[in-house]
Design a protein around this ligand. Structure first.
Ligand code: FAD
Length: 395
């Protein structure tokens, strides 16, 4: 396999030295654990109080991880990435807004994003969160009480509410199908995931007949998800539709473990990182073995998993741009993987959130948390940036 994720010249060709130095400063700041922790706690409060820090947030963490405040603002990023063969997954990054009116607004916004994506050459997918169109507590109740889903119960109000959620989901997927744009449904907390999975399977059955429009997300940090992937595949085959899956490790590990411990049930999370890695790589191999009936998004910043996927394609003699496999990393992270994959001819995209600064704060705080350990992602990002700055300085 003629591909190296150490090539920083390819990785950062799209960034000027000034931009790289800014990124370096941001990652360096986030690597100070106490500073990052204080920032994660205080920024949402400061923003809510309306203190004048928007400019600072915009110039730093927002610019690093977000495409803009509006759809139109994302175009500049899209064009730059496009020059290097990198596509975009657009993510309308508004989180945590509840209420029927907000859910209807979000649905309209998703439709707008789909129409915009369809009009652009470089945006094959959009992503959605079911919590953007459904009340968290409703999802949790459905998760806890599958009985309610059977229809034999005395709470018609929730039945109607769920019907509205289903309508929103079908409206979004119908538009995506008509406009030939893929919809990636994010995975969220395990205590609301069952109804999300169920709804996503329903829309896959409806829309993934001739081609894959909808993708569910499988979190391999859960010890039950490799089996769930195989079960989903069996169901898809028996019902005659294509399975679409985005494979991730999972973003809510601490929250999951803390809730399980406080409520006294067994943690859904794998015993250790090695077990997560093993299942992730096994899931990859399973999907590539079944690439005629599964379309895969390899959504990871892990060098080994990305290399494994690339190698498996080569071993099977499959084209790097096979229509059923696509790679993706978050905008602002792991450029060494994205741009080197693109250079080698793989289909690869950046997951690009956009939205008003206040609304994308939860997303930004997750990125800050993820990047606040020197041993983890920040260490990787910093050493790559340093290497490239040294190369450019001719050292
Ligand atoms: C395009 C894209 C879309 C995404 N969509 C979603 C989504 O819909 N839902 C979602 O939850 N996440 C999503 N994520 C985030 C993803 O789940 C991971 O948190 C993140 O990418 C880090 O994992 P990694 O594969 O990049 O690799 P690595 O950096 O190698 O792995 C880190 C991950 O391993 C797991 N892990 C770490 N320590 C342990 C341990 N001790 N025991 C068990 N497991 C451990 C955790 O999941 C941790 O995040 C997405 C990521 C990308 C790139």
């Amino acid at each position: 396999m003629n591909i190296s994720f150490d090539n920083t010249e390819n990785a950062f060709a799209y960034k000027s030295t000034k931009q790289l130095k800014r990124s370096r400063l941001l990652f360096k700041t986030m690597s100070y654990w106490l500073l990052a922790k204080a920032g994660v706690r205080l920024t949402p409060i400061i923003m809510k109080l309306g203190l004048p820090v928007k400019g600072l947030v915009r110039k730093t963490i927002f610019n690093q991880f977000v495409g803009g405040e509006t759809l139109e603002e994302t175009r500049a990023v899209e064009n730059t990435l496009g020059k290097f063969g990198v596509k975009v997954i657009l993510d309308y990054g508004v989180e945590g807004k509840e209420g029927e009116e907000n859910f209807d607004n979000a649905t309209r916004e998703f439709i707008k994003v789909i129409d915009y994506a369809a009009s652009e050459p470089n945006i094959p997918f959009i992503s959605i969160k079911v919590t953007g169109i459904a009340r968290f507590d409703l999802l949790q109740r459905l998760n806890e009480a599958p009985r309610i889903r059977s229809g034999v119960h005395d709470n018609e109000v929730e039945d109607e509410e769920w019907e509205r959620v289903t309508d929103r989901m079908y409206t979004i997927c119908q538009e995506a199908s008509d406009r030939n744009v893929g919809v990636l449904v994010d995975a969220e907390e395990s205590w609301i995931q069952d109804p999300v999975d169920r709804l996503t399977m329903d829309v896959m059955e409806e829309f993934n007949r001739d081609r894959v429009v909808v993708y569910n997300t499988i979190q391999l940090y859960r010890h039950d998800r490799l089996d769930f992937l195989k079960l989903s595949h069996r169901i898809a085959k028996s019902k005659g539709f294509m399975l679409g899956v985005k494979l991730v490790r999972g973003a809510y590990m601490e929250k999951e473990r803390a809730r399980a411990a406080s409520k006294g049930y067994p943690s859904p999370i794998q015993a250790d990182k090695a077990a997560t890695d093993r299942d992730y790589n096994e899931a990859l191999a399973y999907c590539i073995d079944n690439i005629d009936t599964i379309a895969i998004i390899v959504a990871s910043h892990n060098d080994e998993s990305n290399l494994l996927a690339a190698e498996l394609l080569d071993k099977k003699g499959l084209a790097h741009n096979h229509p059923n496999i696509h790679f993706s990393q978050l905008y602002g992270m792991s450029d060494n993987i994205t741009f080197n994959l693109a250079k080698a001819g793989f289909s690869v995209s950046k997951y690009l959130p956009f939205g008003p600064i206040n609304d994308v704060i939860p997303y930004l705080m997750r990125r800050a948390q993820e990047n606040s350990s020197v041993s983890g992602q920040t260490g990787r990002e910093l050493s790559l940036i340093d290497k490239e700055l040294k190369r450019r300085a001719g050292k």
